[in-house]
Design a protein around this ligand. Structure first.
Ligand SMILES: CC(C)(COP(=O)(O)OP(=O)(O)OC[C@H]1O[C@@H](n2cnc3c(N)ncnc32)[C@H](O)[C@@H]1OP(=O)(O)O)[C@@H](O)C(=O)NCCC(=O)NCCS
Length: 181
């Protein structure tokens, strides 16, 4: 099994790419037999991703395993005035907000198709996604699902900044200083 990961610019976000993101999203987060799940995945590809792609610092990585899209990851520069940054500013302790929130790289998600999990796809996506980022810090929130997310990020330098920030989610931070090439 061979997996390759490529970074795509916002101009390369065509219908084929968006369709493949929707397919992985649906397989990971939904139930293809349910109309509401299919609608949610369509909305993700037709609205959420294009909206996020217009933000500064947008970066998308897509993994292909044996010719099939097996996962994706993306993020952008998080700024005050955006929903999540402003929400965090009210939800996280003041010292964390002061140090971490604003002009960070906001890692929105890394998602791997369930049929391709446990074979290092997310690790590859992560490493290409953060390679050479110009920001000084990166942030993400995740619910450590079956342990894979915690292991993925914990093993790659991310630290838990706030153990419970949004229900079962933890806020993670990564220092990027010195990573930029
Ligand atoms: C989290 C997720 C992206 C991991 O994808 P994956 O391709 O299976 O992950 P990898 O095979 O690259 O493994 C990453 C690490 O998790 C570990 N891991 C994988 N599956 C695991 C499991 N079921 N339990 C515990 N650890 C696991 C691996 O050993 C690896 O650790 P290492 O880097 O120390 O070797 C995938 O489970 C997923 O898409 N989950 C739903 C979406 C999500 O929660 N994304 C994260 C939110 S940002």
């Amino acid at each position: 099994m061979t997996t390759t990961v490529i970074a795509l610019t916002r101009k390369q976000l065509d219908a084929t790419v968006l369709d493949s993101l929707a397919t992985v999203y649906l397989a990971a987060y939904g139930d293809a037999s349910l109309p509401e799940s299919r609608l949610d995945a369509e909305n993700f590809a037709s609205s959420t991703v294009p909206r996020h792609a217009r933000r500064d610092g947008f970066r998308l990585v897509v993994a292909t395993t044996d010719g099939e899209v097996s996962g994706y990851g993306y993020g952008f520069t998080g700024k005050r005035g955006q929903f999540w940054s402003d929400w965090l500013a009210g939800a996280a302790p003041a010292d964390i907000v002061e140090t971490w929130v604003g002009d960070h790289f906001e890692l929105v998600d890394i998602v791997v198709d369930p049929g391709h999990r446990g074979r290092g796809v997310a690790g590859k996506l992560h490493d290409v996604l953060v390679e050479g980022l110009p920001q000084e810090r990166a942030l993400l929130a995740t619910a450590p699902d079956d342990g894979a997310a915690a292991r993925l990020y914990g093993g790659r330098g991310w630290q838990v900044l706030v153990p419970e920030i949004d229900g079962s989610k933890a806020l993670y931070g990564l220092h990027l200083d010195g990573r930029a090439v």
